[in-house]
Design a protein. Structure first.
Length: 579
């Protein structure tokens, strides 16, 4: 593992609660949800401002630390502070009414940078509130390797950015020749350099690839589709930038071992300079082209005229809807987590929440082939912003806020969690008899947040249904992380003049700790095995994990890039409900 090279799009770690559309907050006052008093204290709720301040003061008193506002890249600092969730063995008895409130502890991440070999280490601080019984100990027990210490191979991003600018200035004549653009780590840069993630570490040698893209010229944040095709590899072993070096260049399918070799090739007659991706309307997310028929007429609008039918204790983040109840918390790394989910008064799930979101890329270009995003390293809390009322969520939704640690303070993102009921559009059950018809609306309840990690917007839903089922959904939107179109037809389809899509996988896994009639649960596998097989050659055999895709295409009518047009067929699930 290595430290991340960039935060998504170099955004600040938080933004004021302003409208994504500009101006003041976009969220209209929602219809108030029914108030309810939580039967218990939310023991999973994050640290309060008082708890956070006391933990930070205690750390400064007992460790050699520098305040974040005064720290350089050679100082020890507090990188993160959040609640360490209680052990289930302590929490479950309390939730079930026969145990004491579990002690609260803080999980603290310290960046030890005042050394030639910097590292990051997790600590447990508690019990809280701070007293003579409070200790600071390495948080080793959750780690399979036996300790929580992790070497940090790039403790200063600003130093590395300056180094990338130095490299770019050394070939500025080539950049001007190829792209008519430059990069100097300055506000007026017309090229940007992004490092592939994570760092590559082999026998103590630390390397990474760095790829040029053109700078967006409008507001649309579309740098991930503006690759220029030129990349260079760096050896960044150690903390002394004077010992770092460029160990190769890549362009148009050719690897050049040295800058001199690359320069000679560029100025050799016949050297091919490929078209570059320049920002324009094609990268806009605004409506383009002709207006669709009747699009000026407002679309259907769901309403809830008598107010919400769920109840929320906003102090404890406790929610009740129909036969369901649960506690909500929001963590820095993984966003929304639900605890003590009960159906008809009985706990069915102790904990439900995302554990990790990974995107792994492949391609002929070295930057693509070396790219893997581990999004919990960025953290979802700093990039889960205010929701757009009436678009991200129905206009009658109820909104909650979330808090997270940032530079020794507790920051708040307002209105970035929404709760609402929705009609699925089909009845949950119906039947027609000779003299009687019944049809029951299929209403479900949703908890939603959206995290913007760089180019991707991840919409996370927890949906609860009247029949007791729960559905977890992740939807991805935003911009693709594209590849430069050169020698990579085996890895993606051409989608614009000089870019293609990228072959990549999203792996999003969740922790689901179920308690069905107690904790002694087992996993049972049920196979339905047909006794007779028919039409084996004519049927579609869906591959495991959706590894195969089927499409209906027209090979006689490709688009202007030579790609076939068509529709993809995707497997689904049939939900049957009988009385």
């Amino acid at each position: 593992m290595a430290s991340k090279l960039e935060s998504p799009r170099d955004r600040p770690h938080f933004q004021p609660s302003a409208s994504p559309l500009g101006g003041v907050s976009n969220v209209c006052p929602p219809i108030a949800s029914n108030a309810v008093k939580s039967p218990l204290k939310n023991i999973f709720s994050g640290l309060s401002e008082t708890e956070l301040a006391s933990v930070i003061a205690h750390l400064h008193q007992n460790l050699n630390l520098t305040a974040s506002v005064n720290a350089s890249s050679w100082d020890n600092t507090i990188a993160g502070v959040e609640l360490l969730q209680p052990n289930k063995t302590d929490a479950a008895p309390y939730l079930d009414g026969f145990g004491e409130v579990p002690d609260r502890y803080a999980k603290v991440t310290i960046a030890f940078s005042a050394t030639e070999e910097p590292y990051i280490e997790d600590y447990i601080v508690g019990p809280l509130p701070i007293s003579n019984e409070t200790s600071i100990e390495p948080l080793n027990w959750p780690c399979s390797k036996g300790h929580s210490r992790q070497r940090n191979y790039l403790p200063s991003l600003d130093v590395y950015k300056d180094y990338l600018a130095t490299v770019s200035i050394s070939i500025e004549d080539i950049l001007l020749l190829m792209f008519n653009r430059t990069h100097r780590h300055a506000p007026d840069d017309t090229l940007v350099v992004d490092a592939a993630q994570p760092l590559w570490i082999d026998d103590g040698i630390v390397t990474t690839w760095n790829e040029y893209s053109t700078v967006p010229t409008d507001k649309f944040d579309d740098v991930s589709i503006l690759q220029a095709g030129l990349a260079f590899k760096t050896n960044i072993t150690g903390r002394d930038p004077s010992k770092w070096s460029v160990i190769g260049w890549y362009y148009n399918g050719v690897f050049y071992k040295t800058t001199e070799q690359f320069r000679k090739a560029v100025y050799t007659p016949g050297f091919e300079i490929l078209p570059v991706n320049i920002d324009g309307e094609w990268g806009s997310t605004d409506p383009l082209g002709e207006t669709k028929p009747h699009d000026n007429i407002p679309p259907p609008l769901p309403i809830q005229p008598q107010g919400s039918r769920f109840s929320v204790d906003t102090d404890e983040n406790y929610v009740e809807w129909m036969d369901f109840s649960f506690f909500l918390t929001f963590t820095r790394d993984t966003g929304m987590r639900l605890y003590d989910i009960r159906y008809k008064g009985e706990r069915i799930i102790y904990e439900l929440g995302m554990q990790e979101a990974i995107a792994h890329y492949a391609g002929s270009h070295p930057s693509q082939s070396a790219q893997t995003f581990v999004d919990s390293c960025f953290g979802f809390a700093p990039y889960t912003f205010e929701l757009v009322n009436g678009y991200d969520c129905p206009n009658y939704a109820t909104y909650l806020n979330s808090k997270f640690y940032h530079k020794e303070k507790l920051e708040t993102h307002n209105n970035n969690i929404c709760l609402f009921e929705m009609d699925s559009g089909y009845p949950i059950g119906r039947h027609s008899a000779q003299n009687y018809v019944y049809s029951t609306k299929n209403i479900y309840f949703v908890l939603r947040s959206i995290g913007t990690l760089g180019n991707y917007d991840y919409m996370f839903d927890y949906a609860f249904y009247l029949d007791g089922s729960i559905k977890v959904t992740v939807r991805a939107s935003g911009y693709i992380s594209a590849a430069f179109w050169a020698h990579n037809s085996d890895y993606g389809f051409k989608i614009h003049d000089a870019i293609s899509g990228s072959m990549h996988d999203h792996v999003i896994n969740y922790k689901l700790d179920m308690d069905i009639n107690g904790t002694a649960n087992s996993l049972m596998k049920v196979d339905v095995v047909p006794a007779t097989e028919i039409e084996d050659e004519g049927r579609i055999n869906w591959a495991a994990n959706a590894a195969s895709m089927y499409s209906v295409v027209n090979k006689d009518s490709p688009n202007k890039y030579g790609e076939y047009r068509g529709y993809r067929l995707a497997p689904g699930t049939v939900h049957d409900t009988f009385l």
